[in-house]
Each structure stands twice: as structure tokens, then as C-alpha cells.
Ligand binder design. Structure first.
Ligand SMILES: [Zn+2]
Length: 452
């Protein structure tokens, strides 16, 4: 595995210093403070082993540790390692005969140093997570999730688990703790009777409970204490009560002026429910998969051929694009973006996830597309970056270790050659990716991804 050792090097291994104790210093870069959402000029970042030990300003006395590897940060921008809050490392790949480990270098090359799986077959997902932990030089940190907890039979047979008896939930969640998941996910077929018990039992075990809603209405899931909602769809999965509709209660359509929708947004903000819009999958797969800029996006070409060739097959199987004539579909997507902007302005904490590797949602670089679409939706670039780092770290319950460049945090850093707040597309201008103190070269990482 010569290529692997070329892609990432431990700092200062040549001095005979153990990798864990090696030092790395990034001198005088501009640092993105993800807490405050602003740039701090002339900062020097000191890293020992896998941890950031100091961040120094222009007036601070800087002592470079002996034997440290030094990186000139002048004119460069350091942002915390990006996190993709919604990926699958088994689902879809299994149909395309790709193993999860094969796409891991794509994430790291894109500056994505952690991923949150949001529902996979647990044995296979755990194996991918173990591979990632054993190969930090070519993999992001992988955080796993329960299978999709769904009606019986589950909608997705490869990664779903049917649960209809609430009494069985404590044992299922105890099993999930043994698998070391960080997230539990409720899926579309689950109703309130089972959903509420999953939330309560999940919280007793300190797990983050998220949902792709269907039978469980948004109002009920929010009232019951759900921590997160996956896909912007879940937000308008609200029910219009009979007394409002003047007829039996029914599902609302996305109507941003509907008082029930407005009330729900207020409640999401009040309770700080984390919403992960996953605009990438709505544009690239569900609504606009036939638009040439989407199907021919250069990010797609980076994925292994087996996956790329499976995407059109899966689009056909799933009936995508959905929603009628192109103009209608464009309008629908514009409404999704408008809602994402409204959620942000209302104070709802947004996550940044993609749903890779669904069709045309390329693992890794699609996170930059998601950032671009969130900015188009009305988020300032700083807010989108804060969401992709701090908020995503909080959803993983990793805010003590990830999501910011500050002393005590893991040294997951992306060094950019241009200002990401001037143009969010500059998050693609990656010079180096640092993962736990290891310096990785994106071009070398891309060579590790199978072409076939
Ligand atoms: Zn998904």
C-alpha cells in the first residue's frame, strides 16, 4: 500500500519521534472561527499528535516545538474538517457491488474528515467503521447509526428493520448501544405509538434520535422530543387538523404561508430540533436528475465506475425524477430552498448532509454542492460552514472533540487557498487536509479510489 503512505504523512516522523507525539505548526493562516462564524487573521495553529494544543494570535509569543513540521499558512484559510451529516456506507453501494471502504478516500480528499451514517445494515456498517478507524490515513471518522426503524416489512429491505411492538424497543436499542451507534433513526413507516417509545428509550441511552418522517407527523415527533429531522420533506410532514381543515385531518402540502407550517418552524427553533435538509439528493436524484448540469456534474466522475453505472439504473427503479414537467419540478425545488432559508432565519439549527451515494450524489464532494445550495437558499457562507462543522459535530455529540479549531480539539483541519466567506465555492480549493494531525494530499487520496 505504497500509495496510502504517500497520501498522508505523519508530521515529523523523520526525526524518529513517535507519530503520536509529533508536532505540526500551521503558521500565520486566516482561521475560520466556527463558533462566532468569522475569520481571524494571522493565527498560528500548534498540533501535537492528534490534538490542537494552541491557537496563537499575531501578538502572542510563538514557540515552535523542536522537530515540528512547519506549514506556511500565509494567504491560506484554515477551516475545521467538514462533516457530512447524512451518508450511507452500505445502502446503494451494496446494489452497485461497491464496498464502503472503497469510497472512503473520496470523503477525505473533499475535506470531509467525519461522516455520520444515517441508517445502514449494522454488521456491514460496523465493518466499514472499523476499516476507517484502522486506516486513518485514507478515511474520515465514521459514526454509525441503527438500521432504519420502520414498519414491518420495512421499506428498504437491505437496511431497514421492522418494529411494530413498542415493548421490543428497549432490547433493540440496547443492542444498538453494543454496536456503538451514535444515532438512532426512525423511518417513514413508523407511527407515533412506536416512534415516541424510540425517542424516549433513545434518550435514556443518550442517543441522538432522528427521523425521516412519514406516518409520524412532524408536529407529533417534535412534541415528543425528536432531536433531528432528515430531509426537508420531514419538515412539511405536518398534519392539518380536522378543526382547521373543516374536514378529517390530512397531510399538509408544502405551503410556507400556512399558519400550521409557520407554527411548526417556530417550534423547531424553540426546541432546537436539528434539521438536515439534504438538498443534494432532492436536486440530483429526486427532482432534477435529468438536468444536464446535474447528470454531467464533474463531481460525479470521481466515483467508481460501478457506482456511476448503477445510478441511472436506480433512478429508473425508483421512478426519478418525480413530480411532472421540468418547470414544476424546478418550482418545487425552489420552494425547498426557500424553506431552508426560512428555517435558518427562524433560528432552527441546520445540519449539512447529502445522502451520498444516492444517484448523482457523489461521496465526498457533494458536500460542497450542499454548501453551495444552502448559500443559494439564503444562508451566509459563514452560517453554512458553521452548520457543516459545529452543528454537525453537535449532532454526533462530538462538540468537545470536533467542529472547531481550538485547543483540546482533534486536529481535523482543511487548508484552503481562497476565502470561503467571499465565495462558498472556495471550500473546494483545498491545499491540504489534516486528519488527526496527519497531513493528507487530496490528489494522492483520489488515486486510492478505484476507477472501476
Ligand atoms: Zn439517507
Amino acid at each position: 500500500m505504497v500509495a496510502v503512505s504517500l497520501a498522508c504523512v505523519f508530521a515529523a516522523t523523520e526525526g524518529g519521534v513517535a507519530a503520536e507525539e509529533s508536532s505540526l505548526v500551521i503558521e500565520r493562516c486566516t482561521l475560520f472561527d466556527s463558533q462566532r462564524g468569522e475569520l481571524l487573521p494571522e493565527r498560528t495553529i500548534v498540533i501535537r499528535g492528534e490534538l490542537i494544543t494552541a491557537v496563537l494570535g499575531p501578538d502572542d509569543k510563538i514557540e515552535i516545538p523542536a522537530g515540528a513540521k512547519r506549514i506556511d499558512g500565509k494567504g491560506k484559510f484554515a477551516i475545521p474538517g467538514l462533516i457530512d451529516a447524512h451518508v450511507h456506507l452500505v445502502h446503494v453501494l451494496d446494489f452497485a457491488h461497491v464496498t464502503g471502504d472503497e469510497v472512503l478516500p473520496l470523503y477525505l480528499a473533499a475535506g470531509v474528515t467525519s461522516v455520520r451514517s444515517t441508517g445502514d445494515e449494522i454488521v456491514a456498517a460496523t465493518l466499514v467503521a472499523r476499516f476507517a478507524a484502522a486506516h486513518p490515513q485514507s478515511s474520515p471518522r465514521v459514526f454509525t447509526c441503527s438500521p432504519l426503524l420502520d414498519a414491518d416489512p420495512p421499506i428498504h429491505k437491505d437496511i431497514g428493520r421492522g418494529i411494530t411492538d413498542p415493548a421490543k424497543i428497549p432490547a433493540v436499542l440496547d443492542e444498538m448501544l453494543r454496536w456503538n451507534v451514535s444515532t438512532v433513526k426512525i423511518y417513514a413507516g413508523t407511527g407515533r405509538d412506536v416512534g415516541k417509545v424510540i425517542i424516549d428509550e433513545g434518550h435514556r441511552r443518550k442517543l441522538f434520535v432522528t427521523a425521516h418522517l412519514g406516518r409520524y407527523s412532524a408536529q407529533h415527533a417534535v412534541a415528543d422530543g425528536i432531536d433531528g429531522l432528515e430531509h426537508i420533506w420531514s419538515v412539511f410532514n405536518y398534519v392539518i387538523p380536522a378543526e382547521v381543515a373543516g374536514q378529517p385531518g390530512h397531510r399538509g402540502k408544502l405551503d410556507l404561508d400556512n399558519p400550521i407550517c409557520k407554527e411548526l418552524i417556530t417550534e423547531l427553533a424553540r426546541r432546537k430540533v436539528m434539521v438536515d435538509p439534504t438538498l443534494a439528493v432532492f436536486r440530483n436524484m429526486i427532482l432534477l436528475s435529468d438536468v444536464p448540469e446535474v447528470s454531467g456534474h464533474p463531481d460525479n466522475a470521481l466515483a467508481p465506475r460501478r457506482l456511476r453505472e448503477f445510478w441511472p439504473v436506480y433512478l429508473k427503479q425508483t421512478g426519478c425524477p418525480q413530480g411532472g414537467p421540468l418547470e414544476d419540478r424546478r418550482r418545487e425545488f425552489a420552494k425547498f430552498q426557500e424553506l431552508a432559508g426560512k428555517l435558518y432565519r427562524a433560528g432552527v439549527p441546520l445540519l449539512v448532509g447529502t445522502d451520498a451515494p444516492e444517484p448523482q450524489v457523489s461521496p465526498g464532494f457533494s458536500l460542497h454542492q450542499e454548501l453551495e445550495m444552502l448559500v443559494e437558499s439564503g444562508l451566509p457562507p459563514a452560517a453554512a460552514l458553521k452548520a457543516a462543522t459545529m452543528h454537525n459535530a453537535a449532532a454526533l455529540r462530538q462538540e468537545e472533540r470536533l467542529g472547531a479549531i481550538s485547543p483540546g480539539k482533534l486536529a481535523d483541519i482543511v487548508l484552503l487557498s481562497a476565502n470561503p466567506l467571499a465565495d462558498i465555492k472556495n471550500t473546494r480549493r483545498i491545499e491540504l487536509v489534516i486528519r488527526g494531525g496527519q497531513v493528507c494530499q487530496p490528489a494522492e487520496l483520489l488515486k486510492l479510489v478505484p476507477k472501476d
